[in-house]
Ligand binder design. Structure first.
Ligand code: GDP
Length: 197
């Protein structure tokens, strides 16, 4: 897919205030600092479309961007910062739930996973929640420029082992780097394919 335009539309904390669901929509989510803003900027060829920051836990907003005036790219808030929680309660906000459960034009949620880490409980919990609620998702392994191919394969294999214990198959997954633009075409082609554009 060639990106002709990428325009900011609206930021908000209320699902009701999202743009009318008249275009297919693709959401991006992951733990704070996973590299989500960098990935969005890399995919759209914009240095500053999504705001990168070294400071996790910033304002929790749903950000809509219009891509080629054909689809919405949605930057969801990072999850995983309710560290005080003693119980096993979910660590993503209610309005992320509400957005994912009700947004009728949501075609796919890209769940970003830091490729350098072994499987993280919060990511596994989040994907399990998506699966049990019928929310289509795929995995995007980020920051792979920081690893050798052997290490990447090892970490992805660890996810596969964990996930295949519960599910019959792995969701689609992408191996990316915002530094080298690795995986860019694959992610954008997937959007095109799911969209039937
Ligand atoms: P966000 O909080 O998920 O939006 O994460 P950011 O995009 O702000 O990235 C967090 C940090 O990781 C920043 O210091 C980025 O420069 C760095 N980073 C993000 N993506 C990559 C990548 O693909 N490769 C490398 N080496 N660093 C990355």
């Amino acid at each position: 897919m060639i990106i002709h335009s990428a325009d900011f539309v609206i930021s908000n904390t209320e699902v009701e205030k999202c743009p009318a669901p008249n275009l297919p929509e693709y959401a991006f989510i992951g733990r704070s600092n996973v590299g989500k803003s960098s990935l969005i900027n890399m995919l759209t060829n914009h240095k500053k479309l999504a705001k990168t920051s070294g400071k996790p836990g910033k304002t929790q907003l749903i950000n809509h961007f219009s891509i080629n005036k054909e689809w919405y790219l949605v930057d969801l808030p990072g999850y995983g910062y309710a560290k005080t929680s003693k119980t096993n309660r979910k660590m993503w906000s209610k309005f992320i739930d509400q957005y994912l459960l009700t947004r009728e034009n949501l075609m796919n949620t890209f769940v970003l996973i830091d490729s350098r880490l072994e499987p993280q409980k919060i990511d596994l919990d989040f994907m399990e929640w998506c699966a049990s609620n019928g929310i289509p998702f795929s995995m995007v392994f980020t920051k792979t420029d920081k690893l050798s191919k052997v290490e990447i394969d090892k970490n992805i294999a660890a996810y596969k082992r964990r996930m295949l214990k519960q599910w019959e198959e792995m969701p689609p997954y992408f191996v990316t780097s915002s530094v080298s633009s690795k995986g860019r075409e694959e992610v954008l082609d997937y959007v095109e394919e799911v969209n039937g554009l």
